[in-house]
Design a protein around this ligand. Structure first.
Ligand SMILES: [Fe+2]
Length: 275
């Protein structure tokens, strides 16, 4: 029987006694889905899985996405390679929810560690439900009904400013016009309320002046990344982190550069927009 060991924080749990090379039966699939929703991010250790097994595992939870920008594993367009090294330092510095610039952002991602630096390179996760619960009641009330604009162009502005950046990203830019999401959403399974903005892709909060919007966004983005809502995952080769993209923000700790860090990620489609 698989065993859940909760992290010493408001989110996160490690699932032991499970071999992800094997297909999941219905019970196991439900067990993992529930563990994911309840803990917001789940971890596995020592899972020496092939790209085919990675894909088969991910398909238990939904349809798989192809990322508009990143390179992929040969023969597996749904497996994104995230590799950083001496010549290619990680540019992801900001806390974020993945791809909120889409009308239906992903349900979650399954990230597999392939080359892990000797030191550093942890991934940090922060709970958007714990952050919501902790808000003063008057602020909770003032956020009800508010919506925000999320933008690919805003999130990729540094890449766009690079030489040939506009040319390289022109199709992705066309395919991803700005979208609107509620500022406070409800998790579709746990029904927990979450703060659904992030400093990478959220451009502005509607129905406020520019100044009010930027002040409120700054307050919320600072609030959701407070250390008391976080957990930190230290990678080993063949570790897996599977996060619920509807209830956490995350970011890598880029303190490993210039060491190599190579991860393989599959992103799972959701079936409904945040509500
Ligand atoms: Fe991400």
């Amino acid at each position: 029987m698989p065993q859940i060991i909760k992290e010493d924080s408001v989110l996160g749990a490690t699932i032991n006694n499970i071999d992800l090379r094997e297909p999941l039966d219905e019970d196991l699939k439900n067990f993992i889905s529930k563990a994911l929703a309840d803990n917001e991010v789940i971890f596995f250790r020592d899972q020496d899985i092939s790209p085919k097994q990675h894909k088969a595992f991910a398909l238990n939870f939904g349809e798989l996405q192809n990322h508009p920008v990143y390179p992929t594993v040969e023969g597996f367009p749904e497996i994104t390679i995230l590799e950083n090294n001496k010549d290619n330092p990680s540019k992801i510095e900001k806390w974020h929810t993945d791809m909120t610039f889409k009308k239906i952002p992903p349900l979650g991602s399954i990230l597999l560690g392939k080359v892990i630096p000797k030191e550093g390179g942890d991934t940090l996760f922060s709970s958007l439900s714990a952050a919501y619960n902790d808000l003063p009641e008057d602020i909770k009330e003032s956020l009800e009904g508010k919506t925000a604009i999320h933008s690919f162009e805003h999130g990729f502005k540094e890449s766009l400013a690079e030489p040939y950046g506009k040319e390289r990203l022109s199709q992705a830019l066309k395919d991803n016009p700005p979208v609107e999401h509620p500022v406070i959403c409800t998790h579709p399974i746990t029904k927990k309320r979450i703060i659904y903005v992030n400093s990478l892709f959220t451009l502005r909060i509607n129905s406020l002046s520019d100044l009010e919007s930027s002040e409120l966004l700054e307050f919320l983005c600072k609030h959701i990344k407070k250390e008391k809502y976080q957990c930190r995952f230290s990678w080993e080769i063949n570790s897996i982190a599977f996060w619920d993209n509807r209830s956490v923000i995350h970011k890598p700790d880029n303190n490993y550069w210039p060491q190599v860090r190579r991860m393989e990620r599959i992103t799972i489609d959701d079936t409904q927009s945040p509500f």
